[in-house]
Design a protein around this ligand. Sequence first.
Ligand code: DGY
Length: 322
Amino acid sequence: MGHVYLTRPLGDVVEQFRQQLPGELRVHRTSGLPPTRQELLESVQGAEAIISLVTDRIDAEVLDAAGDQLKVVANVAVGYDNIDLDAAAERNVIVTNTPGVLDEAVADLTLALLLATTRRVAEGDRFIRTGTEWIWSPESYVGLDVSAGATLGILGLGRIGMAVAKRAQAFGMTIIATGRRAHHDDARSLGVSPASSIDELLETADIVSLHCPLTEDTKHLIGAEQLAAMKPGSYLINTARGPLVDEEALADVIDSGHLGGAGLDVHEFEPATNPRLRTMEQVVMLPHIGSAGDVTRDEMASLAFRNAIAVLNGEQPITPVG
Ligand code: DGY
């Protein structure tokens, strides 16, 4: 029996599953960082299961380094753009992800980022920390009143987008969305109207929030042309994947004054962040913490383990990709 390789310690939840695994569990343990490429290539050798994170690039080289006995790659994330699905399918390796368990946490963070950006929360916080003398002023830090009928455009209405819509409805926002689900009754009951096209959504929304997966087709979905099409003074929020947005084009359009600002939890070249965007007061940047709720992170780990165990026991995984 080959081992199960977990690319990062995941807390107490790991111990709950250690005994249930048919093989030995080996956990990458150095300094809280992901395994280096070399460490990954060496540690997967002989593994029957790899439990990976978004920071681990699992491609043909890694799958071949693991060997023919590898059965499953269980990603601890709903996104799986870090895994070469074709290479896995060619080698009969099952890939799983963790949909459903992080929708609420990511939606919470999306609203936090949306409000931090539109109501200038991070900017105000930075100002206070300078220790500068201040007094209340009717003109200070005035931002967009999202509850005064602002329109939220959800680009890619899936599970997370629906959880965002639920929150936006409570704020009294007008909600438009793209994606098949935008035409469903459950979306309508949250006050969502389908947008006829991405262009219509970009032209109409005061805030555009991205909730689509990263694929070859969606890379730079928001580039110079789309940013120029956005409503003057509007905001872009991204808690999905960094490469959906062309960050240099975003920096240009904020510089030009066309956009009101942007809230970015994810970054085009993670973990690097754009040096121009970092200097802009209208931009709020977070270190990819959308799913970082205490309960949520345990549920993600637990689902990944249950997927791996199912495959190792010859059963169907709970949440296979594809
Ligand atoms: C996901 O699940 O895809 C998140 O981005 C990881 O936190």
